[in-house]
Ligand binder design. Structure first.
Ligand SMILES: NC(=O)c1ccc[n+]([C@@H]2O[C@H](COP(=O)([O-])OP(=O)(O)OC[C@H]3O[C@@H](n4cnc5c(N)ncnc54)[C@H](OP(=O)(O)O)[C@@H]3O)[C@@H](O)[C@H]2O)c1
Length: 335
């Protein structure tokens, strides 16, 4: 499989940022107990890769470290205690320690805990499957962490991003009314196609009023927020009595000023989302749900763009610009 050629991968030497990224030759990974080696075809980027590179993520990898949490590829080696996987099987990587505390998927091959693998869902292309697990599992937790949800109004910020698109798709497949926020008119059109009922531009001062009159007399029941920053208090203001916020990310940074009194009278609850905290069993159930819901609704994960392995810095620049779906990286041998 390796044809004697050295394996290529991107490493960071420390936590001084993505400027430290280097394309280097790496030792072949070896499958430890309970692990397989995956020959990757595609990997996917996540903002958490940048956070880790900047020392803003609670991880303690050994440096130089290979980033990358998602990917799809072919199993090429299986440690003897592993059951259920054999060389030649195609697999995707569900959220685990890959790319966090151990080498990740921005390399031609990676050793992965076999328990973190899943087959490519039936009918999905490899590109659709490559970047779906982390964001879809996050969206699933953000929607379900409050228990059973009657048909609700769900407001999704950063809706065009990886987590946002997955949330729009899953929430609309569950028959919730989905309202999305995007700063881009072109991406707003795509979000309507993906299941959003309405899209508002959070840069317009009037968006909260427009949303209120669109929903009246209802209010938002659940906010799934990936943005934080100055937008956060306005998101909380959209909620009705007993409203909830699933706090997923903070792409716009910390919330500069927040008045906790805005929570009292409507008994609003804010809950953090952490996709890495689900048990393997809970994750497998959630992934099964994701695949079933997307199949029922006839939807597929959305790919923004695909870059060759040599252009990983350009791929991270595209991610920082604000993609529409997932940014992928194609391995050389994948053609
Ligand atoms: N808690 C968890 O377990 C968990 C799991 C996964 C991700 N996350 C976090 O969730 C966040 C979103 O991740 P993602 O993968 O969806 O990101 P992404 O793919 O980069 O997309 C985020 C979207 O948000 C919008 N956006 C970006 N920067 C913005 C800004 N400064 N102000 C307003 N809007 C902005 C853009 O949409 P428009 O251009 O359309 O406005 C962009 O397409 C990140 O912080 C990530 O680390 C957390």
């Amino acid at each position: 499989m390796n044809g004697g050629t050295p394996m290529l991968g991107w490493t960071i030497p420390d936590t001084h940022g993505l400027d430290g990224l280097q394309l280097v030759t790496l030792p072949e990974p070896i499958a430890g107990v309970g692990e397989v080696v995956l020959h990757l075809h595609l990997a996917a980027l996540n903002p958490a890769d940048r956070y880790l590179a900047e020392g803003l993520y609670p991880a303690k990898p050994r440096f130089p470290h290979v980033l990358g949490r998602d990917g799809v590829g072919t199993v090429v080696a299986v440690e003897e205690s592993v059951t259920g996987w054999k060389p030649g099987d195609r697999a995707i990587v569900l959220r685990g320690d890959t790319g966090v505390n151990r080498p990740g998927t921005l390399a031609e091959r990676v050793a992965v805990d076999a328990g973190a693998l899943a087959p490519v869902p039936s009918g999905w292309s490899e590109a659709e499957a490559a970047g779906a697990p982390l964001v879809a599992l996050t969206a699933h937790q953000a929607i379900h962490q409050w228990g059973p949800l009657a048909p609700s109004v769900i407001l999704v910020s950063g809706a065009s991003g990886g987590v946002g698109v997955a949330t729009v798709q899953l929430a609309s497949a569950l028959d919730h009314t989905v309202v999305a926020l995007s700063r881009s008119a072109a991406k707003a059109e795509r979000l309507l196609d993906l299941g959003a009922t309405r899209v508002f531009d959070p840069q317009r001062e009037s968006w909260p009023r427009e949303l209120k009159s669109f929903l009246s007399p209802r209010r938002v029941d659940l906010v799934v927020d990936t943005i934080g920053g100055a937008l956060f208090p306005a998101l909380v203001d959209t909620l009705g009595f007993g409203g909830r916020v699933s706090a997923v990310g903070m792409l716009a940074g910390p919330v500069p000023a927040f008045n906790t009194a805005s929570l009292f009278f409507r008994r609003i609850r804010i809950g953090g989302v952490a996709v890495g905290t689900d048990s393997r069993a809970a994750q497998a159930r959630a992934w099964g749900d994701v695949v079933r819901l997307l199949a029922q609704s006839g939807r597929r994960p959305v790919v923004d763009s695909t870059f060759p392995l040599e252009e990983v810095p350009e791929a991270f620049a595209r991610l920082a610009e604000g993609p529409m779906g997932k940014v992928l990286v194609r391995m050389p041998a994948a053609g």
